[in-house]
Design a protein around this ligand. Structure first.
Ligand code: MN
Ligand code: FE
Length: 348
């Protein structure tokens, strides 16, 4: 693990000496400038420009709709609750992994600047689900225990956490190939699988309600979370690809095969989760379409990691791309305009 934080050299630091991970004593992790990885700094600025708080979003219409016994079928209530139950703890898992595993290992200051921003965004996302659960008067015990009481959710969370244990071991040395592979697998488990795949059936489910003008305050928050998560994932993939470029020996054929299998198993767990959430389908959504979508999303992630596509599925929800391409100016369902952004519009 990195321990270069307080070993200052007397020489001035130049950008070319910096690395993402395993910096030697000529580089000091307290010194942001000169910036080498401009993409990391730009992700930090984009994250700040997207700032939002759950409590700014009105839940009034959601509360009225949720209280109306006729407004949702039992199946619809089931999938909405499953989605909240999954996110309520998954956001905390991601935040904990970030602070306890990723931050320790990454000793480049511009990457850490983004990690600090991301950690706060994860706290905002946890806050959002707490706020939604409280606003709709859902059973807090049921919602926040779902990750241990609902098998399909437990299995997803266990799978993500399985690659944290190895990293928290103080003996893992990222200067060895095996140690660095463990760490890269952890980054893929969180940035690519959890934030880049496991979150997306939840997004598509909730935004399907939003398209019908149902649960508008919840869906506005989900849109902001989706926008944040897509930056998290893009930062993570850039981080992974830069670590590989600087340490090409880790990305050998057996490890690539391991990662393909790792992601494919995650897609299988997501299929099981879809079956549990949507046994009979609801308006516009069913298990088949959700599975297609998860495969389509997974193929996009394989491409970004320069790995072969595995599924060749069509995108059954082309409207999701419009939501993802959303600029900051107004939210997709036009519930209201939030404007923190002071600079130019985001480019996605
Ligand atoms: Mn999050
Ligand atoms: Fe995230």
């Amino acid at each position: 693990m990195s321990n270069s934080c307080f070993r200052m050299s007397k020489e001035r630091i130049t950008a070319d000496k910096k690395k993402i991970i395993n910096n030697d004593r000529t580089v000091d992790c307290n010194q942001l400038v000169p910036i080498k990885y401009k993409w990391a700094w730009n992700f930090y600025l984009d994250g700040c420009a997207n700032h939002w708080m759950p409590s700014e979003v009105s839940m009034q219409r959601d509360i009225e709709q949720w209280k109306d016994a006729k407004a949702f079928t039992a199946e619809e209530r089931h999938i909405v609750k499953r989605t909240f139950g999954f996110f309520a703890t998954a956001e905390t898992l991601v935040g904990n992994n970030l602070v306890l595993a990723v931050y320790r290992m990454i000793d480049n200051p511009e990457c850490r600047q983004y990690l600090l921003r991301q950690a706060f965004e994860e706290a905002i996302h946890v806050h959002a689900f707490q706020y939604i659960v409280q606003s709709l008067s859902l059973d807090e015990g049921e919602m926040f225990n779902m990750y241990r009481e609902v098998e399909a959710i437990y299995n997803k969370d266990q799978y993500a956490m399985s690659c944290t244990d190895g990293i928290l071991d103080q003996n893992v040395d990222t200067k060895t190939k095996e140690g660095l592979q463990k760490f890269v697998k952890n980054l893929i488990g969180f940035y690519v699988i959890t934030e880049g795949i496991f979150f997306y059936s939840g997004f598509v489910t909730m935004l399907s309600f939003g398209r019908q003008n149902r649960l508008p305050g919840t869906c506005e928050q989900i849109q902001y979370i989706l926008r944040d998560e897509s930056i998290h994932m893009n930062f993570g993939i850039e981080l992974i690809n830069n670590i590989i470029a600087e340490n090409p020996e880790v990305w050998d054929e057996p490890f690539k095969e391991e990662i393909i299998g790792f992601i494919r198993t995650a897609v299988g767990l997501e299929h099981k989760y879809a079956e549990e959430c949507l046994p009979n389908g609801i308006l516009g959504l069913n298990t088949y379409l959700l599975k297609e979508y998860v495969q389509y999303i997974a193929d996009r992630r394989f491409e970004r990691l320069n790995l072969p596509k595995q599924y060749n599925s069509e995108n059954p929800f082309p409207w999701m791309s419009e939501v993802i391409d959303l600029k900051k100016e107004k939210n997709f369902f036009e519930t209201r305009v939030t404007e923190y952004q002071t600079g130019g519009a985001l480019e996605w």
